[in-house]
Design a protein around this ligand. Structure first.
Ligand code: SAM
Length: 303
């Protein structure tokens, strides 16, 4: 279905006029409360209601800016049902703002379902741009921003995480122009995630870990995987929100990096039986026998 939407500029109300009816996706700060646009504040102030991922979390922002617009919850668990309700109100001419806890709604956050429902209902959708962790991290990373692939959160299960990284590597290798690979990650999984990045991309691969963006303890850890691993290992705890960026430049590194399956197959081709080949490769990589066995089972059929 082709739906025409009006040019945004036609709908842009002057500062003191009423908002045009429709759905407003409003980006909010990812840390520093100053990172919000004048327009975002005006939209939240003038909307009929604000649909929030967490009304208490957004309440802090609204209190900070003296905004008293009524709020309603809109999160992953009630997204579909609430989208229907909100669209019914939008059909009657409501002005509804949608915000997530931080950053841009719809980017690894609720938002997509309501946008889709509004678009299908022919309701105007306005994006009010602002903070986003991916772009903030990329802009200051020092890695190429010419092309990048945002891949959301790395999976929490080890096997799935390795597969996601292997897919990222494979796509990067075959792309005409390599893309910086970007993931969201959590502090309690970052150590395991970096071990997997080292296994798939190689310990010398350039990466950036962007932590606590726009906040008091913001930092960019730039270096090889092994260097960033060493920095984190030297700390008592690893805290904070983080974005993991992997250089898309895999040409040299990829040649030097062999997957476990390739290494096992190479030894078998050279005469080892499967058990000996696996034992040898596990020892070489500092892996436990059962971990290596699981990895072999998972990847043996792959190229
Ligand atoms: N919608 C948000 C956006 O536009 O960036 C992302 C929401 S997602 C549920 C939350 C994840 O984003 C965090 O786990 C972290 O990976 C990343 N993130 C959010 N704020 C961040 C910050 N200040 N510094 C680093 N990473 C951040």
């Amino acid at each position: 279905m082709l739906v025409e939407t009006k040019a945004l500029s036609d709908d842009l109300p002057a500062a003191n006029t009423r908002l045009a009816p429709g759905l407003y996706l409003v980006a909010t700060p990812i840390g520093n409360l100053e990172d919000i646009s004048l327009r975002a504040l005006r939209v939240m102030r003038s909307a009929d209601r604000i649909a929030c991922e967490d009304t208490r979390q957004t309440g802090k922002l609204l209190t900070h800016y003296g905004i008293t617009t009524p709020t309603v919850s809109y999160h992953l668990h009630n997204e579909r049902g609430r989208a229907e309700e909100l669209v019914a109100q939008l059909r009657e001419g409501a002005r509804i703002a949608v915000v997530s806890d931080a950053g841009t709604p719809g980017i690894a956050d609720p938002g997509e379902a309501i946008v889709r429902a509004a678009v299908e209902a022919g309701i105007p959708v306005f994006a009010i741009p602002g903070a986003n962790a991916v772009l903030t991290a990329l802009a200051a990373s020092g890695l190429s921003a010419e092309r990048f692939a945002f891949r959301g959160f790395l999976p929490s299960k080890a096997g799935e995480r390795r597969s996601a990284l292997e897919q990222a590597l494979a796509e990067t290798r075959t792309a005409a122009i390599s893309a910086t690979q970007i993931f969201y990650e959590t502090p309690h999984r970052i150590t395991e995630a970096l071990a997997d990045v080292a296994a798939v991309f190689g310990p010398a691969h350039p990466i950036v870990l962007a932590r606590e963006l726009t906040k008091l303890h913001e930092e960019f850890l730039r270096g090889t995987v092994a260097e960033v691993q060493a920095i984190l290992a030297a700390r008592d705890t690893v805290r904070g929100e983080m974005v993991l960026l992997l250089s898309g430049d895999v040409a040299a590194e990829a040649a030097a990096t062999q997957t476990l399956a390739t290494a096992v197959r190479a030894r078998m081709a050279a005469g080892d039986d499967e058990k000996d080949a696996l034992k040898h490769v596990a020892r070489e990589r500092g892996m436990g026998k059962s971990e290596a066995y699981r990895e072999w089972q998972r990847t043996r059929g792959k190229a």
